[in-house]
Each structure stands twice: as C-alpha cells, then as structure tokens.
Write a protein of this length. Structure first.
Length: 255
C-alpha cells in the first residue's frame, strides 16, 4: 500500500534574518583609520612647534590644530563615502542571501537593485558620511577646549590620548550600530518591494541593558508603514535601528 506523506508546512526561521558579523568586524578598523592620522599629526606638530609649554602661545597651538583639522577633514569625508559605498554594497548582497535563506520555503524572489532600494542606500550612505563628520567636529572641539583652558602641553597631549581611546570605542560602536541599521533598513525596503508588509518584533536580550519598550514589543506584529513609536526619541523605529539594539524583524507573511 502506498503511503501518502503530508507536505511539510512552509516555515520562517524563528530567529529571522540576522546581522552580518564579518562585515561588522571589517568596518571597525576602517572607521578607526579615518581619524588616527589626524590625531597623530596633531601630536607631532605641537611637539615640533616647541611652543606647547608656553601659555602665551596657546593661540598659535589653536592655529596648528585648526590647520590640521582643515587639512584632513575633506579627505576623511571622501574616505567615509568610499567606506559607506563599499560596505553598503556588501550588506545589500548579504540582505538578499539572508532573506532568501529565511524565506526559502516561500516563492519569494528578491532583486539586488530597485529604485526604492537604491534610494535608501543613497540615504544611508549620506547619513554615514554626516555622522563621521560629526565625530571629527567633536574631536576638534575637544582639543580646542583643552587649549582654551590653558592647560599647556601636558593637558593637550592628555586630551589627545583620551580622544584616541574614545575613537577606538567609537569605531567599534559605529561598526556595530551602522551594520545593524543598514541591514535592517535594506531588509525592510526589500521585503516591502516583494509584497511583505508586516513584521514580528524579536527582542534580543544579549545586551547589558534592555529597553523596556523593546521588551514589551517582543512577539508583537507591526506594519512596515506604521512601525511602533518606541525609538529613543519617542518616534517610530524598526528593530536594529537604535544604538546597541540587537532586536530583529521577522517577516510576517499572510495568505
């Protein structure tokens, strides 16, 4: 007697599409390299000037700092643009493979490019460059503040060391946050292009601190066109968009 076997029910991975850790790890040193040459040259030039120990020459030190900042920032912005384009290209390819794997039981097809995806990638690239510029501006302001305090050579060099340490931490945070933000955003646009309009929020408890509103959102179904207003600023957000948010969006398919 022939045994009829029931066709397995189509399923979506319970964890949903993930985040590309290898891309995240490659981005960190790229971001760090943007600022270290400027910090190193600032340190060298102040030492070479021979005026760092003279309180009366603080205006001259400020001029050196401004000159180096103005020398490096245009190049840093151009490098940031190249980094953004390269990593967004990698994340875009990862998005296609990740979604195809997550929804392999469903007859959905994802394309590498579409007008909406291309526009969003352009927006994300511009946001990345603007963020890098803000980091440079904050570093510049911190050094000038040390100069204005009249703390002399010791104070300025100590601040430069602090900035270098902060930059290493910032590079790690930028790599992690931007990778998650870029992935989540591109996934959302690609899924909507394929006709998927809703997602289920999957909270991640992997961080040291948890956002209470994200915990409450766990398991809830939302529309991509009307995401929950649980962002840090009280506005609408998606999983993975806020700093240090490791939450995921699981596509919700209706038939």
């Amino acid at each position: 007697m022939k045994i009829l076997r029931r066709k397995p029910r189509a399923q979506i991975s319970s964890k949903g599409p993930g985040y590309p850790v290898p891309i995240m790890q490659r981005m960190e040193p790229e971001v760090l390299k943007l600022f270290l040459p400027m910090i190193d040259e600032t340190r060298r030039e102040i030492k070479r000037s021979g005026i760092a120990s003279m309180d009366s020459a603080m205006s001259d030190i400020a001029a050196i700092i401004d000159r180096i900042y103005n020398k490096y920032m245009p190049g840093i912005a151009m490098q940031a643009q190249a980094i953004a384009n390269r990593f967004l290209s990698d994340i875009n390819r990862y998005s296609v493979k990740s979604l195809e794997s997550t929804l392999k039981d469903f007859s959905l097809r994802f394309t590498d490019s579409s007008p909406s995806i291309d526009r969003k990638i352009g927006d994300l690239s511009a946001e990345f460059v603007a963020m890098i510029k803000r980091v440079g501006e904050r570093h510049h302001g911190r050094i000038l503040k040390a100069v204005s305090k009249g703390s002399g050579a010791a104070g300025i060099f100590e601040e430069l060391m602090n900035i270098e340490g902060v930059t290493r931490s910032i590079a790690k945070n930028i790599a992690e946050d931007q990778t998650r933000k870029m992935t989540s955003t591109i996934n959302a646009v690609r899924l909507q292009d394929a006709g998927v309009t809703k997602f289920r929020w999957l909270h991640s408890s992997g961080g040291k601190t948890q956002r209470p509103l994200h915990v409450e959102a766990d398991g809830q179904i939302y529309s991509y066109n009307d995401p929950p207003h649980i962002g840090d600023d009280g506005g609408p957000t998606l999983p993975g968009l806020e700093p240090n948010c490791r939450c995921r969006a699981i596509p919700e398919l209706t038939f």
